[in-house]
Design a protein around this ligand. Structure first.
Ligand SMILES: Nc1ccn([C@@H]2O[C@H](COP(=O)(O)OP(=O)(O)OP(=O)(O)O)[C@@H](O)[C@H]2O)c(=O)n1
Ligand SMILES: C[C@](O)(CO)[C@H](O)COP(=O)(O)O
Length: 227
């Protein structure tokens, strides 16, 4: 199943605190952004990458695309204030009604076989996301006090990519804009249309580089994969 992918890369990396976009930090001598783009560049079923970027990063990102010969990057669009705004800007440039993936540039460890399971599922159901079952005991807390122990067996930690039929995701984004709804992932917008979203089990290595300690985990994952 072929697909296009939107990669939001227009964040500031405030929680990483690197003084620049965290996607320019290097893992094994290669910027995080390039690690992520290379996964899709190498995937024969990926037909195009649309990158949402912050204007201040444009020159550096364009230079990386050239240096690493990332020929599948077919569009660079300006990012917005929130992740959701960046993705909406990119989505507006997609013309055909095939399968579209949304994948955080800050998740460089996505595996190709998981992408394929996701796109196959989305082709059948319209919407599929990747995630992993919660490992810890989960509690609901209010004002620092435990209100309830939440049944863990039904809880999953959600990652990207998330895959959708283009027309479905476009309808979800348009409704979110009309309702001024801001979600923390793309599926939450589709859920608001009442469309079922299928969960595909991924793996715990597909971390998002968010805070400085994630860089240590990332080095460890890279080493494990190089063995
Ligand atoms: N306005 C924004 C905000 C985020 N992102 C992207 O969305 C992904 C997930 O966001 P997150 O990890 O929160 O990244 P940042 O926004 O950069 O981090 P922070 O919230 O710490 O500033 C990242 O690839 C980031 O570049 C984006 O394209 N546009
Ligand atoms: C979409 C996401 O990757 C799901 O885990 C994540 O929610 C995006 O960024 P956040 O700012 O850390 O919520």
């Amino acid at each position: 199943m072929t697909y296009q992918v939107i990669i939001p890369a227009a964040g500031q990396g405030k929680r990483m605190g690197a003084g620049k976009n965290k996607l320019l930090l290097e893992l094994d001598g290669i910027p995080v952004l390039v690690h992520t783009l290379k996964v899709f560049e190498a995937d024969k079923t990926c037909t195009g990458i649309i990158l949402a970027i912050h204007p201040q990063d444009e020159a550096e990102f364009r230079a990386l695309i050239k240096k690493y010969r990332l020929s599948k990057v077919i569009g660079l669009v300006p990012g917005g204030k929130e992740r959701q705004d960046s993705i909406f800007n990119a989505l507006k440039t997609v013309r055909d009604d095939g399968i579209i993936l949304v994948h955080d540039a800050a998740r460089p460890f996505i595996l190709r076989n998981h992408i394929h399971r996701l796109t196959e599922t989305a082709a059948q159901t319209g919407a599929a996301i990747i995630g992993v079952p919660a490992k810890d005991t989960m509690k609901k807390v209010g004002n620092g006090v435990v209100e309830a122990t939440v049944e863990r067996s039904s809880l999953w930690a959600v990652q990207t990519p998330q895959a959708f039929r283009v027309s479905l995701l476009a309808a979800a984004y348009e409704k979110a804009e009309r309702d001024s709804f801001l979600g923390t992932d793309d599926a939450s917008l589709v859920e608001r249309l009442g469309h079922p979203v299928t969960m595909v089990e991924g793996d715990y290595d597909n971390i998002k580089l968010t805070t400085p300690e994630d860089l240590f985990f990332a080095e460890a994952i890279l080493k494990k994969r190089q063995k």
